[in-house]
Design a protein around this ligand. Structure first.
Ligand code: SF4
Length: 538
């Protein structure tokens, strides 16, 4: 048996759902939803003073204890002293209720106190914040035995490192791990059970603060983010209204704000005005080493790796094809119809590819066909024309917009991969070269056409950008600030647009679909699901 000390808060989760325990302890998941966040805020408010008198009781707050005997450890919300008695008080959000797992948590706390004080504790309490009432927990022999058995069960789960099956019942409704766990989606893919319900958003709502104004400065003030330019306040945003920040070009940010963002696990991404992604400042690399190991092992598994590469490229070509078909419903152009047919043939060949080199050839042919008719998708616009892809640097407005949009998408995919615990640099199709986010590039494939190309076409066809929004010098085309803002707008509209998921049939924004795909990929890498299917729009 292993000797690590189990966190007592997680021990209680075993009775509620062993899979929840696995995620929290083995994968070190710290996902929050509105319920757990509220509990966290209540806890922070209680932390303000370490010792307090409550009429006839003395309360000690936030006492960390560990036990050599039971190999458990944790922080006790409150230890109370009254008339010579001492006992733990656990605080819970919500109304007074009877929960065996809460009793086990109090029992764990009593076991810690007993060992520390070398005296027997006969009872503990649970205080329910919403109903402002407390319930006594008698530390019977039966409860003690159940608690010790549960601790042993937890140790077995850690030792075996096998993800327990989802409970997939009403317990999942308020679970903050539901988006990581995907109990209904997993059951649906594996067994074709009832269609999953639309997932409730977690604490991460995908709220992105983009700043691309040269000379802008971001700083922290009283729990808010102040965006200034020339010492004038341009924006004043509450810190808790932002989930990630993207800084493009010469934008400054104070070290105090960076520290606060790190504390709050809010990543900051940096890019250049030419559309190059420079990197990010992320609070910490995911603690989920098991998943990263599975990812690295899959790279060495040539057959599984090739299957994943095929899925990404099928997604790319099929979504290019769908985009062309959508535009051609009104355009009715023969050259587009011919390319659609050609793409269908190439997609069929992808399924038969025996190596990544062959796949590379199919991808190249498919992309060439697609971009051959890209110009036909522009609506009677004299300002713009497209003769083919060029980059590093892009030499015309459309290529400039495409490159810029792909950079934004790349940042988005990196963010979601990191959230899921995957390493964006270890890919299955793109070569794992130093400094190249190969997995992010892999996963971007299925979203390129339907997010970026679509946003670029919308920006041009609806007049959001015109030729004055671009400057060309020395064979390099750049967007003006107005042009960048317009493209941002088109991109943001697109990525936040809700679409019906073709398999699960609930509506999600494109941004959340990227996260969902990353989570499904993680399940394939850890063998919980057999195959990865790219997201294909209808
Ligand atoms: S979503 Fe359900 S199965 Fe998954 S961890 Fe939460 S309670 Fe357990």
């Amino acid at each position: 048996m292993i000797e690590c000390k189990l966190p007592i808060s997680a021990v209680a989760e075993i009775l509620y759902c062993p899979r929840n325990f696995y995620y929290r302890v083995v994968e070190q998941a710290q996902d929050y939803n509105e319920h757990t966040l509220e509990g966290k805020f209540q806890e922070e408010r209680r932390e303000e003073r370490s010792v307090q008198w409550r009429s006839d009781r003395k309360q000690h707050r936030k006492i960390y204890l560990d036990s050599e005997l039971y190999k458990i450890a944790g922080t006790l919300d409150v230890v109370e002293e009254k008339e010579g008695l001492i006992y733990p008080v656990e605080y819970k959000k919500g109304e007074l209720r009877n929960n065996l797992n809460d009793d086990v948590q109090v029992c764990c706390q009593a076991l810690l106190l007993e060992e520390y004080l070398n005296q027997e504790i006969n009872q503990g309490y649970i205080f329910y914040v919403e109903s402002s009432s407390r319930r006594v927990v008698a530390l019977s022999q039966e409860l003690r035995e159940l608690t010790i058995h549960t601790i042993e069960q937890g140790r077995c789960i850690i030792e075996e490192q096998i993800l327990p099956d989802p409970v997939n019942d009403q317990r999942c409704n308020g679970c903050s791990l539901v988006e990581r766990c995907l109990p209904q989606e997993t059951a649906f893919i594996k067994e074709g059970t009832i269609k999953p319900r639309r997932p409730v958003p977690t604490a991460n709502l995908g709220r992105v603060l983009y700043v691309d104004t040269p000379g802008a400065y971001l700083k922290k003030k009283d729990g808010r983010i102040l965006l200034t330019k020339d010492k004038e306040i341009v924006k004043d945003i509450p810190m808790n209204a932002v989930d990630q920040i993207v800084l493009i070009g010469p934008v400054n940010i104070s070290s105090q704000l960076l520290q606060e963002l790190l504390k709050r696990s809010i990543p900051v991404h940096f890019g250049t005005t030419y559309g190059n992604y420079l990197g990010w400042l992320n609070p910490i690399l995911s603690k989920n080493s098991i998943l990263r190991l599975a990812q690295a092992r899959t790279i060495d598994n040539s057959s599984k790796s090739l299957d994943l590469a095929k899925a990404f490229i099928t997604g790319k070509l099929a979504n290019m094809r769908t985009l062309l078909m959508r535009y051609n419903r009104s355009l009715k152009k023969g050259d587009i119809t011919a390319v659609v047919e050609q793409l269908s043939k190439i997609i069929k060949k992808v399924a038969t590819a025996k190596s990544k080199d062959v796949l590379l050839g199919y991808e190249g042919n498919g992309s060439k066909e697609y971009f051959k008719v890209f110009d036909s998708l522009l609506k009677n616009n004299d300002d713009f024309y497209f003769i083919g892809r060029n980059r590093r640097p892009p030499r015309d407005p459309i290529n400039t917009m495409l490159s810029y949009g792909y950079t934004l998408l790349n940042k988005e995919v990196i963010n979601e991969l990191m959230r899921v615990g995957l390493d964006p640099y270890l890919g299955f199709y793109h070569s794992n070269l130093y400094g190249r986010p190969a997995l992010a590039l892999d996963m971007m494939e299925e979203f390129r056409a339907i997010i970026v190309d679509s946003a670029v076409l919308t920006a041009i066809n609806t007049g959001m950008v015109n030729k004055d929004d671009f400057e060309i010098s020395f064979e390099r085309c750049q967007m003006t600030e107005k042009g960048r803002k317009a493209l941002f707008q088109a991109y943001r509209n697109r990525i936040n647009e809700e679409i019906t998921h073709p398999i699960f049939e609930y509506k999600l924004s494109y941004r959340r679909i990227i996260e969902l795909q990353a989570r499904i990929l993680a399940k394939v890498l850890t063998n919980e699901l057999e195959n990865y299917h790219a997201f294909l729009v209808r």
